[in-house]
Write a protein that binds this ligand. Structure first.
Ligand SMILES: NC(=O)c1ccc[n+]([C@@H]2O[C@H](COP(=O)([O-])OP(=O)(O)OC[C@H]3O[C@@H](n4cnc5c(N)ncnc54)[C@H](O)[C@@H]3O)[C@@H](O)[C@H]2O)c1
Length: 291
C-alpha cells in the first residue's frame, strides 16, 4: 500500500444518494473502509441497494466476481449518526445541493472527526470557498468533484478554495489516483472547469434547436460524428436532467452575471412543462413532440 493509501485509510461519505453511493463504491473498491451517513435507515437501504445493483451488473457482464462484490459491500457501513464518523481520515460531503444543508452538515461533522482529518465537498455549483466558512479549520477543506456515474467517469476535479492548504491538494490528488481516476486541480469558480465550459455550450445548443437550425437528432449526430464526442449535447441534457441543468446554469448566472449562463427560454419552458429528461422519459430525444 502506498503512503497516500495509508494516509487515507478510512473514509466517511455524507449522503447516500446518486453520487454518495457511487463514491462509496469507488472508495470501497480501492480497499478502504467507508462509513456513509444519511438521514434515516430507509435512505441507507436504498444507497446500499444502489451499490449492490451496480455490482450485480458488473458480475453479470464479467467485469467483477461474486466474491469481489461481497468484499466491496462488506467494506461499506451505513449510519445515521454523525458521531460514527469518528476516526475517519477524510469526509466526502455528497449531500443535497443546498448551501444550508451543506453548512449544517459540515459544522456537525467537524465536531465528530479529528482536527487533522480532511473534508471535501462534491458540490457541482456552490462556492467551495464559501462553504469553507462552516469548517473551523478551512485549510483542510477543498472540493472533490466526481462526475456521474462516479464508478465510471475518470475525471475528478480537485478544487482549491482560497484557504485550502496546498499539502491537502497534494494528498487529495494522490487519493484520486489511487482510486484509478485522473485528478485535475482547478480554481474555485462557478462550474469549476468542466461545467464552466459545458453550461454555455448546452445553452447555445438549446437556443440553436429552438431557432430551428436542425432537428434534435441531427444536432446530436453532427456533434458526435463531427467532433468525436461520445454523446450528443441534447442526449447529454436528457441524461443530466433538464431541471438539474437549469438549476446549475441559473446559479452560475447569479454568481457571475455572465450572460452565457442565462438559461435559454425553451429550457425554462420545458422544465416548467415537466420535460425533465431521461428520469421521466420526457426530453429532447424522447418521442413526445416538443412545442
Ligand atoms: N447527480 C449528479 O449528476 C451530480 C454530479 C456531480 C456532483 N453532484 C453533486 O453531488 C451532491 C449530491 O447530489 P446527488 O445527485 O447524489 O443527490 P441525491 O439527491 O441523489 O442525494 C443526496 C443525499 O443526501 C442526503 N442528505 C440530505 N441531507 C442530509 C443530511 N443532513 N445528512 C446526511 N445526508 C443528507 C439525502 O437524504 C440524499 O440521500 C450535490 O452537491 C450535487 O450537486 C451531483
Amino acid at each position: 500500500m502506498s503512503e497516500t493509501q495509508i494516509d487515507v485509510a478510512r473514509v466517511g461519505v455524507v449522503g447516500f444518494g446518486t453520487m454518495g453511493s457511487g463514491i462509496a463504491q469507488v472508495v470501497a473498491q480501492s480497499g478502504r473502509e467507508v462509513t456513509v451517513l444519511d438521514l434515516d435507515q430507509d435512505r441507507i437501504r436504498r444507497g446500499m441497494a444502489a451499490v449492490a445493483s451496480f455490482l450485480d451488473e458488473g458480475v453479470s457482464r464479467g467485469k467483477t466476481t461474486p466474491d469481489r462484490r461481497t468484499e466491496v459491500l462488506a467494506r461499506i457501513a451505513g449510519v445515521t449518526d454523525a458521531a460514527e464518523l469518528a476516526g475517519v481520515d477524510l469526509v466526502i460531503e455528497a449531500a443535497t445541493e443546498d448551501p444550508h444543508v451543506k453548512c449544517q452538515i459540515l459544522s456537525t461533522v467537524t465536531r465528530s472527526i479529528s482536527d487533522t482529518a480532511m473534508i471535501v465537498t462534491n458540490t457541482s455549483a456552490l462556492s467551495v470557498t464559501e462553504l469553507a466558512s462552516a469548517v473551523p479549520n478551512p485549510a483542510r477543506f477543498a472540493g472533490l468533484h466526481f462526475f456521474n456515474p462516479a464508478q465510471l467517469m475518470r475525471t475528478v476535479e480537485v478544487v482549491r478554495a482560497l484557504r485550502t492548504d496546498p499539502a491537502v491538494v497534494v494528498r487529495l490528488c494522490g487519493l484520486v489516483e489511487s482510486l484509478g481516476k485522473d485528478a485535475i486541480v482547478v480554481k474555485d469558480r462557478p462550474g469549476f472547469l468542466v461545467n464552466h465550459l459545458l453550461m454555455p455550450y448546452l445553452n447555445d445548443v438549446v437556443q440553436e434547436y429552438d431557432d430551428g437550425l436542425a432537428s434534435a437528432e441531427d444536432i446530436d449526430t453532427a456533434l458526435t460524428l463531427g467532433l468525436g464526442y461520445k454523446l450528443g449535447p441534447l442526449e447529454l441534457l436528457d441524461l443530466i436532467g433538464l431541471d438539474v441543468h437549469e438549476h446549475a446554469t441559473t446559479s452560475a448566472y447569479e454568481a457571475t452575471h455572465d450572460p452565457r449562463y442565462v438559461p435559454p427560454p425553451l429550457l425554462r419552458q420545458m422544465v416548467a412543462a415537466g420535460f425533465l429528461g431521461n428520469k421521466n422519459g420526457r426530453g429532447f430525444r424522447h418521442a413526445e413532440e416538443i412545442g
